[in-house]
Design a protein around this ligand. Structure first.
Ligand code: ATP
Ligand code: MG
Length: 426
């Protein structure tokens, strides 16, 4: 039995990226945003993503999201849920309002009250596939840690707090190590003085590292089966294996898993203390923290080969897609709602059978697909609504200069297939 589908029924933007003012009527189904480079396609789906994630998948802080020359932006959405009652009738429930107020940082509101990210995601889960996702496979461990931490903060209570506490302990310990290394180079006594200065920080670090690792492993136990299933479904090219690589003295074997599962942070902190003791000399001489979850990684192997460098580019893309499918699956299980899906520029790069698999996930839900080619409408071969961008093409059709409404600013564009009858009139 699948959970109800989250549906964005209305989107409004104020001073977001290149949009000064835009109101868009939406609903269930597939939306194809089609237009030339620079038309504003990614910006539009980025706004949808922001509503469920508080952040963008694109680099640059909150300030970059505000329209140039402005310092505040607002993205607001109306959300409801559709559940299939098993009789072919969709039951509608919900009706929540999610708002992102963006200035130097982004604050989220749910039905008028400030909302934590986990609460926001529970009401409006959103997953995006973007071209940069290839970094999830090819890039450094930083990308995969961020994948885990962002997902963890959306589905596990206490994850964000554990991450924040760990980051603070890491910053403090790193600063002391750096100072000790500099001193050591100056007077050769760095090791001894560094060691005593560090004593106080090691303990705090070990505890917070254990706190974060327990949360990470909890999350990893959700991601792993979903990821392995997605890799098999996508036919990534062989037998997939997934592993969590922890930067401590020994690999995470049975007893450590047990400790993590039962939330026994004490036992894990003890492991970190041992690991620190073993690496302290190195840490002081290099002036950097070598032990801890800030260096962990998840490894995906296909037929024993690391997907970071041992498989084809196409397989690397499939692994990245599989990570997003796993994310959607974990969100669905944990929030009880099927997420809204975004595919920015990536759909046309997949082959037929993979596209088919993705369609099974997108179909009957709500999805936004961007493309520079109206061919994508044909590629999908499904029903959907098409918005042709940029909006200013139609802005002169009578609407006031600043307020550009979807009905007048978006044009329905008819690809050769598909039922577009409910698209916005031009
Ligand atoms: N903060 C901002 N203020 C104003 N304009 C912005 C801001 N950020 C980005 N833009 C502009 O918005 C325009 C549209 O960008 P967007 O990334 O949405 O294009 P796109 O349609 O996805 O293009 P492509 O097909 O190349 O991916 C760009 O010309 C960009 O310079
Ligand atoms: Mg784009």
């Amino acid at each position: 039995m699948r959970g109800p589908q989250a549906v964005l029924s209305h989107l409004s933007l104020r001073n977001f990226r290149n949009y000064s003012e835009l109101d868009l009527e939406l609903g269930p189904g597939i939306f194809l945003l089609w237009g030339p480079n620079g038309a504003g396609k990614t910006n539009l789906v980025e706004a949808v993503y922001l509503l469920g994630n508080r952040r963008s998948w694109r680099r640059g802080g909150a300030a970059a999201l505000c329209r140039r020359g402005t310092t505040e932006a607002v993205v607001a959405g109306e959300v409801f849920y559709l559940s299939d009652e098993g009789k072919g009738i969709d039951a509608r429930s919900g009706d929540h309002r999610v708002v992102a107020r963006i200035s130097a940082r982004t604050e989220m509101y749910l039905d008028g009250r400030r909302g934590r990210i986990k609460e926001i995601t529970r009401h409006f889960p959103v997953v995006a596939f973007a071209p940069d996702d290839l970094d999830l496979t090819k890039g450094s461990g930083e990308f995969r840690r961020d994948y885990l931490d962002h997902l963890g903060s959306r589905v596990i209570t206490g994850y964000s707090a554990a991450k924040t506490a760990f980051d603070r302990a890491l910053r403090q310990r790193a600063a002391v190590l750096k100072a000790a290394a500099a001193k050591g180079r100056a007077d050769m006594s760095g090791y001894e003085s560094g060691r005593s200065a560090l004593n106080a920080w090691n303990d705090e670090f070990a505890q917070q590292a254990a706190g974060l690792l327990v949360q990470r492993l909890k999350l990893y136990e959700m991601v792993r089966p979903a990821l392995e299933e997605a890799l098999v479904d996508l036919d990534a090219g062989g037998k997939p294996e997934v592993a969590y690589l922890a930067r401590m003295e020994r690999p995470i074997v049975a007893d450590l898993w047990e400790a993590a599962r039962s939330g026994d942070t004490k036992a894990i902190a003890e492991e970190y203390r041992d690991a620190i003791a073993g690496r302290l000399r190195d840490e002081i001489s290099r002036g950097t923290v070598l032990v801890g979850p800030q260096r962990d990684d998840i490894e995906v192997r296909i037929d024993g080969h690391s997907t970071r460098d041992g498989v084809s580019q196409g397989q690397q893309r499939l692994v990245a897609v599989a990570l997003r499918i796993a994310e959607a699956r974990v969100l669905e299980i944990q929030t009880g709602r099927r997420p809204v899906m975004i595919m920015d520029d990536v759909f046309s790069e997949l082959d037929d059978s993979r596209r088919e698999r993705i369609w099974e996930i997108l179909d009957s839900g709500q999805a936004f697909i961007t493309s520079t080619s109206d061919e994508t409408g044909r590629l999908t071969g499904r029903r959907g609504r098409v918005f042709s961008l940029p909006i200013h093409r139609l802005a002169e059709t009578g609407s006031s200069a600043k307020t550009v409404r979807a009905k007048t600013s978006f044009q329905t564009h008819s690809p050769s297939q598909g039922d577009l009858s409910d698209g916005a009139p031009t």
